[in-house]
Write a protein that binds this ligand. Structure first.
Ligand code: HEM
Length: 151
């Protein structure tokens, strides 16, 4: 669960170059997600503003923690189990990935393929940890597969 120094810089710099607040980025992301996959809307509650606040708080935290992503393993496992409980399936993660990268591309000044690759790596690390948590089901720390085996 690591990204290298160059990738960390790309993540931090791109977030500093956001043209909008993280909450607006999150709302833009949800708009794109529901346009691309309207059937996913039913998984969410009514209050997308509240949801956007939660997602943006997580994004800020991930950016701040991008030099030590391994510390997020436990919380991401829990988040993955929470998602499975909401009806989120493994195949949904690719749709969300595409919508997030599109939203970033349109809202970050000077976005390049290198930024996309770095964000793609972070997303894949997070998604892998979440799916691992979802698959392990039970109480944190009792899953049989080694977590370090992923990403
Ligand atoms: C790396 C991938 C993802 C991250 C980091 C992420 C992050 C989050 C966060 C922080 C929350 C709020 C949790 C809370 O209420 O405590 C959330 C909720 C949720 N997410 Fe995700 N998510 C990811 C992938 C997905 C995917 C693939 C879907 C599929 C559509 C999805 C659907 C949902 C739903 C349905 C909720 C609950 C909404 C509600 O309660 O109204 N997420 N997500």
């Amino acid at each position: 669960m690591r990204i290298d120094d160059a990738e960390q810089t790309l993540i931090r710099v791109s977030f500093q170059r956001l043209k909008c607040r993280p909450e607006a980025l999150s709302l833009d992301f949800y708009e794109r997600l529901f346009a691309a996959a309207p059937h996913l809307r039913r998984l969410f509650g009514e209050d997308m503003l509240r949801q956007a606040h939660k997602l943006s708080a997580l994004l800020v935290h991930v950016v701040e923690t991008c030099d030590r992503l391994e510390t997020l393993a436990g919380p991401l496992h829990d988040l993955g189990r929470f998602h499975a409980g909401k009806g989120v399936e493994g195949r949904h993660y690719a749709v969300v990935r595409a919508a997030l990268l599109d939203a970033l591309e349109d809202n970050v000044t000077g976005w390049t393929a290198a930024h996309a690759a770095a964000w793609g790596r972070v997303y894949d690390i997070a998604a892998t940890a979440m799916l691992h948590g979802a698959a392990s089901g039970g109480i944190e720390g009792t899953d049989p597969a080694p977590r370090s085996a992923t990403a």
